[in-house]
Every structure is written in structure tokens, then in C-alpha cells.
Design a protein around this ligand. Structure first.
Ligand code: 5GP
Length: 208
């Protein structure tokens, strides 16, 4: 079984990342979405274990101290972390795993040279559109919207450190672009130590 890829995806809040990812998961096979742990309270309609594992601060800090997180960060005043064991299990099953994490978490993975991780950044087409989308959600109070707009300025500054930049102007086009990236990365030579592409070995097509 070939190990799955790890796609790390970040975007300012409101850029449409969750919508794009949900659509992508319905159109590409063998993709999994990492469900993070967070101390944030569930929003209306969110379900424990689906969008997030919602935990209290003590539980989160206990997991963090036991090194249960591949990365973790404080975002907009709440703690978020990616379970090391869950990602490992999904990749071992051959699934390509998507981590929807903030720029601080992505930086941790980049800095520790996480093997083979692919970094994608989703940007809105303009600041005005980002603000419109954040207000349009109607789920967050005004001060939260303001905090997220403020943080978006800092997050956008990190975009150039990512491997791929996707502008989410039209949803379908952004999903198509992301799908193209996943397919291209799957085709990229996954090689064994002597340089033979692993797919060819599995298919019995490797040169003798
Ligand atoms: P929200 O509360 O709107 O769902 O997410 C807020 C931010 O937290 C988003 O930028 C999201 O990508 C980020 N986030 C979600 N899960 C994780 C995680 O496990 N680690 C890190 N570093 N950021 C996360």
C-alpha cells in the first residue's frame, strides 16, 4: 500500500476554504479530511467529530503535553491542533490527507521539514469580497468579524511561502484548480530508493 500525501491548506477566514474542501472531497477519490481538536465552541449546525473534536482547554493542554498533536496553534483566541495518530492512520491506509490549518501550524510543519507535505494557500479575490463573505456568514458577532479581518492581513503575508496559490473567485474554478494540484501531485514520481517509480513496481512494469 502506498502512503498517502499530506496536503496542508491555509487561507484567511472567509476565503472559502471549507466550501472548496467539502466539494473537493465529493469529486476526488481517496481523499480524507483531518478533523482537528479545538477549544472553540461549536457554531450552530456543527457536530462534534465532524467539523472538529470539541474539547475543553484542560483536555487540549493534556493532549498537547503528551505530544499528541502534529502541530497546534492559538487562532483567534482558541486552541486548535492536528492529531498525529489520526493523520498517520489515514496516510498509512493510502489516503491523501488534507489539513485545514492556519499559517502558524503550516509554518511549524514546514520548519520541521515534514516529509513530502504539500502546501496550498487559498486567497480571496479582493479585501472587499473577503469582508462581504465574513459578514454574510451571519454566524459571528461583529467583534469576531473585525478580529478575523485584522488577522487576515497578517495571514495573507504568508501566502508566498506556500507551494501553490489558489484564488477563490469562482468556486467551481477554485475546486478544479485544487483537483488539478492533487492529481499532479499523485502523478509526481513517488520513487523507491533506487529511483524506480513505485507505481511501476506495483504494476509489475518496472524495468528489470
Ligand atoms: P474556524 O474556527 O473558523 O473553524 O477556524 C479558524 C482557523 O483555525 C482556520 O484558519 C483554520 O484553518 C484553523 N485551524 C483549524 N484546525 C486547525 C488545526 O488543527 N491547527 C491549526 N494550526 N489551525 C487550525
Amino acid at each position: 500500500m502506498m502512503r498517502g500525501n499530506l496536503f496542508v491548506i491555509s487561507a484567511p477566514s472567509g476565503a472559502g476554504k471549507s466550501t472548496i474542501l467539502k466539494k473537493l472531497l465529493t469529486t476526488v477519490a481517496n481523499l480524507a479530511f483531518s478533523v482537528s481538536h479545538t477549544t472553540r465552541a461549536p457554531r450552530t449546525g456543527e457536530c462534534d467529530g465532524r467539523e472538529y473534536h470539541f474539547v475543553d482547554r484542560a483536555t487540549f493542554e493534556g493532549m498537547r503535553d503528551e505530544q499528541a498533536f502534529l502541530e497546534w496553534a492559538e487562532v483567534h483566541g482558541n486552541l486548535y491542533g492536528t492529531s498525529r495518530a489520526a493523520i498517520e492512520a489515514q496516510q498509512a491506509q493510502g489516503l491523501d490527507v488534507f489539513l485545514d490549518i492556519d499559517v502558524q501550524g503550516a509554518k511549524q510543519l514546514r520548519d520541521c521539514g515534514h516529509p513530502g507535505a504539500i502546501f496550498l494557500f487559498i486567497a480571496p479575490p479582493s479585501w472587499a469580497e473577503l469582508e462581504k463573505r465574513l459578514r454574510g456568514r451571519g454566524t459571528d458577532p461583529e467583534e469576531t468579524v473585525q478580529l478575523r479581518l485584522h488577522n487576515a492581513r497578517k495571514e495573507m503575508a504568508e501566502a508566498e511561502s506556500y507551494d501553490y496559490l489558489v484564488i477563490n473567485d469562482r468556486l467551481d474554478e477554485a475546486v478544479d484548480t485544487l483537483r488539478a494540484v492533487v492529481i499532479a501531485e499523485r502523478c509526481k514520481g513517488r520513487r523507491n530508493p533506487n529511483g524506480t517509480p513505485l507505481d511501476l513496481v506495483a504494476m509489475g512494469l518496472a524495468a528489470q
